[in-house]
Design a protein around this ligand. Structure first.
Ligand code: ATP
Ligand code: MG
Length: 394
């Protein structure tokens, strides 16, 4: 009995002219993710099919559970589109299952197949009843759903349904640059951006010796969690020490965070140009801290005309935490190592900064050469998904 994995696209099927582009991107992503397995993958406009070796099934399912664009999948038995063949496979399959009530649901995609879905439901229901004792039909809450899809050449019988993570295939949008700190919010933001099809590079600002190597490792571990949803991710580590020290030497304490974040945005824009990113992504959430009031955000945002995606902008912290747990970043994020933002945080950061004052504060020192130097000296690490390892890039 031959099995295949049957993938449903969900939201992708609502794409009209671009549908092929989305499906091809998904196809390529699935192919890349499953490259170490002995599989054949083929597709049509509404389904993708994966032939696999039975021993690999559980490992393949783990991979599919991390691919955006998969709405739902089934492990199905494949049979020729021929009524007698379908009946006899069904009898064979149900003889090995134990259940008391069932319902047959036939979907006839091949409209040239002579028997209509309703009629097929009745015929197949009758065949099951006749060949197994002690069972009955329950159309409302059956113990076993028997799904049959009738397609042109082959038909499919399955009893299971696995929820995919949905979204759009990674790479169906241009790249974004994620500001990845060790906190809870930014990994979740990265996940949500990827879910819309945006591949990401991560950028971490560190201020050694004020921040530790443990803090860096935390960000590497978070990047690995995100790399599960891609093939690999580049992590750029920015040496932010000099700029931060200058800020704290020259600027009024209440404006230090505002200025620091304006510097981060300036560096982000330059890094985006250098690494071909089209947007900046971060974990800012409206009202969460002084630098994330709408006034602060607009004063900080003023340094760049690049779009800034803030996927968790309107989420409650608890909603963000729930997502962080789901993507398995929460336990890493709550490790206690200090980040460059927390090390230097002033007692009374300004809640409603003025743009004029921010500009006055930052011309107290010559930051532009330091910004360029930070971009030029960035350290890039390639975070691999496969074996959870990473290696230095030149
Ligand atoms: P928390 O979950 O505790 O709020 P956070 O990472 O969100 O942590 P914030 O101070 O709220 O920290 O910073 C807002 C956003 O700015 C972060 O979500 C992140 O995108 C970015 N950011 C802050 N610090 C850094 C850093 N050191 N490197 C890269 N990005 C940073
Ligand atoms: Mg935050």
């Amino acid at each position: 009995m031959k099995q295949v994995i049957l993938i449903k696209y969900g939201e992708l099927t609502t794409k009209k002219g671009n549908r092929n582009f989305f499906i091809n991107t998904l196809y390529q992503n699935i192919k890349n993710k499953l490259k170490k397995f002995d599989v054949s993958i083929y597709k049509d406009r509404s389904r993708m099919y994966i032939e696999f070796c039975e021993n690999d099934l559980e490992d393949i399912k783990k991979k599919l559970d991390c691919i955006f664009g998969i709405h739902m999948y089934h492990v199905a038995y494949i049979v020729d589109t021929n009524i007698d063949a379908i009946k006899s496979l069904l009898v064979e399959l149900v003889s090995e299952l134990s259940f008391k009530t069932f319902k047959v649901e036939v979907k006839r995609s091949d409209k040239s197949f002579p028997v209509h879905s309703q009629e097929m439901n009745r015929i197949l229901g009758g065949v099951v009843l006749k060949n197994k004792d002690g069972i009955s039909v329950d159309v409302h809450s059956p113990e076993l759903y028997i799904k049959v899809e009738i397609r042109e050449e082959h038909s499919y019988i399955y009893f299971n349904a696995y929820q995919g993570i949905g979204g759009y295939p990674l790479g169906s949008q241009p790249k974004g640059m994620l500001m990845l700190s060790g906190g809870i919010d930014s990994p979740v933001s990265g996940y949500l951006a990827m879910k819309r099809g945006v591949p990401i590079d991560c950028v971490y600002f560190e201020a050694i010796p004020h921040t530790s190597l443990e803090a860096r490792n935390k960000v590497i571990e978070l990047s690995k969690k995100l790399a599960k949803y891609a093939n690999h991710i580049q992590l750029h580590i920015v040496n932010f020490t000099k700029i931060q020290e200058e800020i704290y030497k020259h600027c009024h304490p209440s404006y230090c965070i505002t200025i620091m974040r304006r510097m981060m945005y300036r560096i982000m824009e330059k890094l985006a140009k250098k690494y071909h990113g089209m947007v900046i992504i971060n974990g800012e959430s409206v009202g969460q801290v002084a630098s994330q009031t709408l006034t602060s955000m607009s004063v900080i945002n003023e340094v760049t005309c690049m779009p800034v995606l803030r996927p968790v902008a309107c989420f409650d912290k608890l909603e963000i935490i729930n997502l962080a747990k789901k993507i398995d970043t929460y336990d890493i994020s709550i490790l206690p190592y200090e980040d460059c933002c927390t090390v230097f945080v002033p007692k009374h950061p300004v809640i409603n900064p003025s743009l004029e004052q921010a500009k006055k504060e930052e011309i107290k020192f010559d930051y532009s050469s330091m910004v360029d130097e930070a971009v030029d000296t960035v350290d890039t690490i390639l975070i691999e998904e496969e074996n959870d390892s990473f290696s230095d890039l030149l």
